[in-house]
Design a protein around this ligand. Structure first.
Ligand code: ZN
Ligand code: ZN
Length: 354
């Protein structure tokens, strides 16, 4: 399932209309103004219009969840006690209440920042080191916050998805072990799942730039967290280098994640029914085509190809940004130009298939 984070400006249901226009299979929304702490509760009328929007798309007939909510970036459940912590717990509880009213079954949050000692910006993470004392304290505070929220909201269907992060500043979640530790420690682990963001994972230092490396990272995630607990993917390429800890999203194929990263996720049948959401810039691309359309097309091409895709060469990227022939830039053509080991493997596989 492929979709995009879409705007609710003018009404929640507008995101659904836009999802239909873009031929999305799924969508992510902020159910509220994400820049404010407090928001008015959802009205009956909003629920009615939302439900009608779902029906118009045929998304009200059961099946795997297609809607993902993303909570405000202000929320920090790892914050030490004080105003931020108090407000964060209220905001997360209210977001789950909004999700439940709208029938949204998945709510993504960033785990939070412990606000203690953190590595200097620009220093890469040591992915093998155990959590520091400040990190352990932050993880513990997240667990306590989630337990409290879960105790207050008995019987809710919505699952909170902890997102992988780049680990800028003192943010937790750059190491898969952080996410696993939270889920293992909460009293109701079934209410916790994960969101895998390709940009964040790459910028955190998990290198997925070759098919073997992409496989190894997914295996590592499986051992640590469980791939079956991923409730959503964020499909973003990364402007920052592998390990840069920069959280800057690039269009698919235009960054440092590598086509093997997207290929490994998009063509894996285990993830077929998991929402894969673009969080890339809403710009107009070459020939006036919205970048969301181009990015969705690229992701779907990875899915339908069924074998590792070749890297998109820098030469192709230049051609595209200068407004070159866009069909020439499609990944399906690009992959024929490569001379890497990926192509050799693809050729071997093709001859095996015959
Ligand atoms: Zn994300
Ligand atoms: Zn991001």
């Amino acid at each position: 399932m492929f979709g995009s984070h879409l705007s609710i400006a003018g009404g929640l249901e507008n995101a659904l209309t836009a999802a239909g226009d873009l031929a999305c299979d799924c969508v992510q929304v902020f159910t509220r103004n994400q820049r404010r702490w407090s928001n008015p509760p959802i009205t009956d009328d909003e629920v009615r219009r939302w439900t009608a929007g779902l029906a118009a798309l045929g998304w009200n007939r059961g099946g795997p969840p297609r809607i993902v909510s993303h909570n405000s970036y202000l929320v920090n459940l790892a914050a030490p006690s004080g105003e931020t912590r108090r407000r964060s717990i209220v905001a997360q509880r209210q977001e789950l209440e909004r999700c439940e009213r709208l029938g949204i079954e998945r709510c993504v949050i960033h785990p939070g920042a412990h606000l203690g000692d953190a590595p200097k910006a620009g220093t890469p993470h040591d992915l093998e080191r155990p959590p520091s004392r400040d990190e352990r304290r932050g993880l513990d505070r997240i667990v306590k916050a989630l337990d409290r929220i879960h105790r207050e909201l008995v019987g809710y269907r919505v699952v909170t998805l902890l997102e992988t992060t780049t680990g800028s500043g003192s943010n937790l979640g750059w190491n898969f072990s952080h996410l696993a530790a939270i889920r293992e420690a909460v009293a109701e682990p079934d209410r916790i799942g994960f969101c895998f963001d390709t940009c964040h994972v790459t910028a955190a230092g998990w290198d997925m730039t070759t098919p073997a490396r992409a496989r190894a990272v997914l295996e590592r995630f499986d051992e640590t967290c469980g791939l079956d607990r991923i409730g959503a993917f964020h499909m973003n390429d990364s402007k920052g280098a592998v390990g840069s800890r920069l959280d800057r999203h690039a269009h698919i194929g235009e960054g440092t994640c590598g086509s093997s990263c997207f290929g490994a996720i998009c063509r894996d049948p285990r993830f077929a029914d998991i929402p894969k959401i673009l969080e890339t810039a809403k710009e107009t691309g070459p020939d006036g085509v919205p970048w969301d359309t181009i990015n969705l097309e690229r992701l779907r091409a990875f899915a339908s190809r069924g074998r590792p895709a070749a890297p998109i060469t820098p030469k192709t990227r230049r051609g595209r940004s200068s407004g070159g022939d866009s069909t020439e830039d499609r990944p399906s053509k690009v992959r024929r130009r490569t001379s890497t080991a990926t192509a050799a493997r693809a050729t071997q596989k093709r001859s095996r298939d015959r």
